[in-house]
Design a protein around this ligand. Sequence first.
Ligand code: ADE
Ligand code: ZN
Length: 349
Amino acid sequence: MDKATKLQFIYDLPKVELHMHLEGSLEPELMIEIAERNGVKIPFKSADEIRKASVFDSLQSFLDLYYLGHTVFATKQDFYDLAYAYFKRVSTTNLRHAELFFEAQEHTNRGVPLQAIVTGLDEACKQAQAEFGITSNLILCLLRHFDVDNMMALLKQAVEFKHLITGIGMSSSEHDKPPALYVDVFAFAKAQGWHVSSHAGEIGPAEYVRDSIELLGIERCDHGIGARTDASVVKLLSDRKVGVTMCPISNVLLNVTESIARSPLRQFLDANVKVCLNSDDPSYFGSTYVQENYDAVEREIGLSVREWIKLAQDGIDMSWADQLRRAQLQAELDAVKAKYNVRALYGVE
Ligand code: ADE
Ligand code: ZN
């Protein structure tokens, strides 16, 4: 496949994004606009100033700016606008299905009603399906910098909106926050019938990935980089079919990996771990959305056609979409396989 055809092929893959924080898609212009309309003071006068401040040397340096961005949100309209802007942006990149984290605790702890958050986001999801044909699920993402009681209180409140929330995730810094602290929280979430994932092995060690699987019962591991130092944890991911939602650009910009080429993506592919590519917090990382992550991986690692198809397939398999939607996504992937004749030319079934 020549270079131009390969890029078109990568573009054509029906993309599934499973690791994207909606608050991380708040573009600087929208941050300024929402802050102004809500009368919230932020230490930036312009979108350019926010862009200039978006240079990080660690996860924590990013989180400090990122959570400041959360403070502008107050109303249902704000959450609608946030999610709608994301969908509009990715609608040009053949994104077909997204499972989106939202970080309610940062907002409810400031007095924003959970109902405003969830219904604003849900209305944008419905609009995106009607207007762009993109389906989506919402994942309530718990935040490790709040205590377990605060997490539990929010989860109990969220039960009322169970029909609008597909899963529970957990993010923020793993520093000094081992998975064992969250056994009851995840047990409660699973008892409600929610799917569960967790950020694990971003800055935490392989042991945190293992414990998130064995103690918390996660179905997907967000980042999972730490697993690379322990072959038995990589094998556990593969054996238990816990897919890893990787975020190649995020990992480089937050100094989690030295480069995309040195990320464990190849190691995971070779070990038959399910993997998909995601944008994490696209607006804070120079507006690098899911397509930019696909392109960066091709530029810096250059995956084979077989590997690209595995990534697209894994994304579908790892998703929490219902059976009908998964069948539709599968048909779209099969159509791309047929278009590029991958069976005859590359031996891909
Ligand atoms: N919240 C948003 N992005 C995150 C990341 N990369 N790690 C932990 N928490 C996050
Ligand atoms: Zn993340």
